[in-house]
Design a protein around this ligand. Sequence first.
Ligand SMILES: *Cc1c(COP(=O)(O)O)cnc(C)c1O
Length: 379
Amino acid sequence: MTMTRIKVPLLDLQAQYAPLRAEIRTAVDGVFDKLAFIGGPYVQALEAELAAYTGATHGVGVSSGTDALLVALTALGVGPGDEVITSPYTFFATAGCIARLGARCVFVDIDPKTYNIDAGQIEAAITEKTKVILPVHLFGQCADMAAVNAIASKHDLPVLEDAAQAIGARDADCRMAGSLGTAGCFSFYPSKNLGAAGDGGLVTTSDDALAHTMSIMRNHGMEPAYHHEILGGNFRLDGIQAAVLSIKLKHLDSWADARRQNAEHYRELFTERGLDGAVTLPWVRPGVHHIYNQFVLRVAADKRDPLLAHLRSHDIGCAIYYPSGCHTQPALKDQGFKAGDFPQTESAALETLSIPIYSELTDEQKHCVVDVIAEFYGA
Ligand SMILES: *Cc1c(COP(=O)(O)O)cnc(C)c1O
């Protein structure tokens, strides 16, 4: 069989932008015409749309996914001496925000099948200093929130979802990420499933008091004008970002469906090529709605980097999310962890590899990706 040689980027934002170009440009003109640059009607509209979309009561637009975590953790009262339970296999921001508040990251290892926090190990990590449980919905699949919430309510602890990679994902009970805990944090970093034209983020919650605290905290804790009751900062969302996001939100579900179809197509292609033994495909917890921010392969540790190099040499975009756990990051060395503390995280960091899954991926591109992987394995 002759192999088709085409370029397959890990993500192609041009393909997403092209059909929306005119609509987005008109909306951005509207932001200028109304001078609605920071906060204002576009931000308020997006907040209402995303609250409705996720099923939470409130949406609080903020400057990034990282700031969503920082504002939510601060509003939940996390500070020096407190402990926050989370998993170490995540983007650094999750742990970084805990540490920036002077709190301690209490890491719980991941379930090796889903890469999400192993809920069965959470209870043993709870102490009288525990302030928040912070599950991450990694790669677009919800953590086991029924299990997390059961432990949290038993110990009367708030749950903050890091849903940065999981907008539109649903747990087994059909509820959406962002409405599953006390509050949920979203990122609009351009490579997320709902990406802005720059940085942006949002916190969802159905707790009225928490929503109010966060909405003033993002603006220096100011209410009324020039009265500062609580210590906040500048964590505001721009009107241009909100205007772009409201347009893209209308397409989010169809984009997620296309990602899900790509995932199913990959499963067929990997099986057809007899790659099932060499490559473990993403495992989906029964009943959950996975939105595939990433499609993560798992291979033998000694094959991972050579496979990455092979794919790249054939112009196929791929990446490692993440090459190490947060617990061994130099910036978190004061947290007191060491290599070996979280074996499932450390194995995943050596064995995983993400391949293109974006909505506009063509059949030819998917065939090409699988052909190149099959060639690597001599299949
Ligand atoms: C992207 C991401 C963040 C941070 O979002 P930014 O908008 O880049 O600040 C936090 N947590 C996770 C899991 C992420 O993937």
